[in-house]
Design a protein around this ligand. Structure first.
Ligand SMILES: [Zn+2]
Length: 246
């Protein structure tokens, strides 16, 4: 395992989130591409996570990511959906022992925790989702469902392609005027910064946002769509409120 994302997220969960808030990001030692079956994880993927986490995940909820801004709300007491693979790019829950999972290979995973209401959220944010304000939408939904106060929220950013490597076309300047920089080689987009700005505008305190700083394209232990193309594997990001019995 590389010293970047995995131990980084473990460290985040220890120092930034309380111990019962589990966060994890895998590296390229396992491919977490979505399985063709309706199970959220394949057997080897599940076994890999059990080994890395040191416990077996009781239940995993994942989504079929479509680069939109739809967020699944899995609230305690609500009827459980029989289909776990809904088309969405984020999940919110207050259910203990329900692990949320998103998959990335350059896109940003955003981990959100509301300590007052014990709610967690995990978002997959590429540029399209970011343009559709998915991070901001997560905050709006947390307010609507749990009366979350933005100033209470704690947010961590996982690995993502960063402005060192994320060369984009000039229309980005219109979509993201503040987060697109022009260099000699062209335009570069700062994806984490765009999400950070959105969260701050939604009322999250900038001091409560932490960023692992790992660039997936620079870091050889990460999967990167930009570096490896279509054949790139996927890293999994997990977030769970650890409850009794785990
Ligand atoms: Zn880079």
């Amino acid at each position: 395992m590389f010293p970047g994302s995995q131990s980084m997220m473990t460290r985040l969960s220890r120092d930034f989130f309380p111990p019962h808030v589990v966060t994890f990001v895998s590296d390229r030692s396992a491919d977490f591409k979505l399985s063709k079956s309706s199970n959220p994880l394949t057997k080897p993927q599940g076994a890999f996570l059990t080994k890395q986490l040191g416990f077996r995940l009781p239940e995993v909820l994942t989504v079929r990511q479509v680069h939109g801004n739809k967020i699944l709300v899995a609230a305690r007491g609500a009827a459980r959906k029989s289909v776990s693979m809904e088309a969405a790019d984020g999940i919110l829950t207050d259910r203990p022992n329900l692990a949320l999972a998103v998959r990335t290979a350059d896109c940003l995973s955003v981990f959100i925790y509301d300590p007052r209401n014990e709610v967690v959220g995990l978002i997959h944010a590429g540029w399209r989702g970011t343009q559709q304000q998915i991070a901001r939408r997560a905050v709006t939904l947390m307010r609507a469902h749990w009366d979350s106060r933005p100033r209470d929220l704690r947010v961590a950013f996982g690995p993502a392609i960063r402005s060192c490597c994320y060369q984009v076309a000039s229309p980005f300047l219109e979509h993201f005027p503040r987060e697109t920089v022009k260099r000699k080689q062209g335009y570069f987009f700062d994806l984490p910064q765009a999400n950070k700005n959105q969260l701050v505008e939604a009322g999250v305190d900038a001091a409560n946002i932490t960023d692992c700083g790992v660039c997936t394209r620079c870091e050889p232990e990460c999967f990167s769509y930009r570096r490896e193309g279509e054949s790139a594997g996927r890293m999994i990001s997990l977030m769970m409120l650890k409850g009794k019995g785990v």
